[in-house]
Design a protein around this ligand. Structure first.
Ligand SMILES: Cc1ncc(COP(=O)(O)O)c(C=O)c1O
Length: 380
């Protein structure tokens, strides 16, 4: 046998929705993609003259190769400052994006076959990240009937001796839920009671619609927190491939984690040096850009919500996505929407959702978004 069992599991399969999507595109049809949620496709671009200046300087600084396995200090200092210096630059590690940050954490915390507790609805890449890391995903539920709040009782019942960490995603993809202070406190206490590390994904941290401030598990009693973030969503620069892990909590646990993360990172030295040197300036010069794109995303959200006005669903409080409960068969409705209207959305089962739902981003061309969501509404 040439290939591993993992290789067999990783062979891409084509489902009906993506089969149809592929054929429509091959016929030259303009498919409205409400799946990728990529801001840079809709004109929300980091200003090109600023980026050019930043990169020119970064190229100059990166010419002499002096890698740092945690990532260049200048980048880590700017990231630490962005957390109002509640974390030191020595507690930050640069990675080539949040997906790989998850992989680092899974590998560091769990033996093969041990469990990481993740929210359900779930971010679809988890399955693959977990497979490649050789760990298992177990789920705790977010309750649609309570605005997708975490079911903390269920979460605690899921904990067993094989549980190695709890993942929190806030703002959450795809429900748009943002955890509140009371739940943060209870989750932090739960993590402390069970001595479990928290992996907190905050990639949508600037995209908040009903509050100005993101409640963070790093300020709870949790004994060890890995906060994941990066340039991909907040700065609309997914192609820079820069993410980070900020490690906080009890000193000895933080020190142990940093030693392991340093070795993982040192083995690959995977983050492009030019991108590392550019990171500090991208963050420091990015405030007005962030404000502008938050305004754009808020406007998209309001237009989408106004088209869906009298439907019953949980309004997203953060992030880029809407989850709509529907009456019919979710896969059939998604197929029909794609076939007849050329609008690509996902059925809820892609996200391990119970019941029948459609999931879509509201990031879209502001001229056409109202029309697109009017169409969607007719299928619900
Ligand atoms: C919740 C969440 N976390 C992480 C990522 C991936 O981030 P990155 O591009 O930094 O790998 C995504 C991408 O869509 C996401 O939705």
């Amino acid at each position: 046998m040439i290939f591993s069992d993992l290789a067999k599991e990783l062979t891409a399969t084509n489902n009906r929705l993506y089969g149809l999507n592929h054929s429509l595109r091959a016929e030259g049809k303009d498919v409205v993609d409400l799946v990728s949620g990529n801001l840079s496709n809709y004109g929300a671009l980091y200003p090109s003259d600023t980026l050019q200046e930043i990169l020119t300087r970064a190229i100059h600084e990166a010419r002499v190769y002096k890698p740092d396995s945690f990532g260049q200090r200048v980048a880590r200092e700017a990231i630490a400052e962005s957390y109002a210096s509640t974390v030191s630059s020595d507690q930050i590690l640069l990675t080539p994006g949040t997906s790989l940050s998850y992989w680092y954490c899974f590998k560091m915390l769990a033996e093969a076959g041990e469990e990481i507790l993740c929210p359900r609805p779930s971010y679809p890449l988890f399955d693959y990240i977990a497979k490649i890391a050789g760990v298992k995903i177990a789920y705790y539920d977010l309750l649609e009937s309570r605005n997708w709040e975490i079911d903390l009782l269920m979460l605690e019942k899921q904990i067993n001796p094989r549980t190695r960490a709890i993942v929190l995603i806030s703002p959450h993809n795809p429900t748009g839920a943002v955890i509140n202070e009371e739940q943060i406190e209870r989750l932090g206490e739960l993590a402390m009671r069970h001595e479990l590390p928290m992996i907190s994904d905050e990639v949508f941290s600037h995209f908040l619609y009903e509050r100005n401030h993101l409640p963070r598990i790093a300020s709870s009693k949790a004994p060890l927190v890995f906060t994941l973030n990066g340039l991909s969503k907040n700065y609309a620069l997914p192609g820079m491939k820069v993410g980070w892990i900020a490690v906080t909590g009890r000193k000895s646990l933080v020190q142990n984690s940093l030693r392991t993360l340093e070795m993982i990172s040192d083995t690959f030295l995977p983050v492009n040096e030019i991108a590392q040197f550019a990171t500090a300036d991208i963050i420091k010069r990015g405030d007005s850009f962030i404000n502008k794109q938050v305004e754009f995303v808020r406007a998209c959200r309001l237009k989408a919500l106004s088209s869906l006005d009298n439907l019953s669903f949980v309004r997203p409080q953060g992030g880029f996505y809407i989850t709509l409960p529907i009456g019919g068969d979710e896969e059939e409705v998604a197929l029909k929407l794609l076939e007849k209207e050329h609008i690509l959305v996902h059925p809820g089962y892609f996200y391990e959702m119970e019941g029948s739902h459609l999931v879509m981003t509201f990031i879209f061309d502001s001229e056409r978004i109202a029309h697109v969501f009017d169409c969607i509404r007719n299928y619900i």
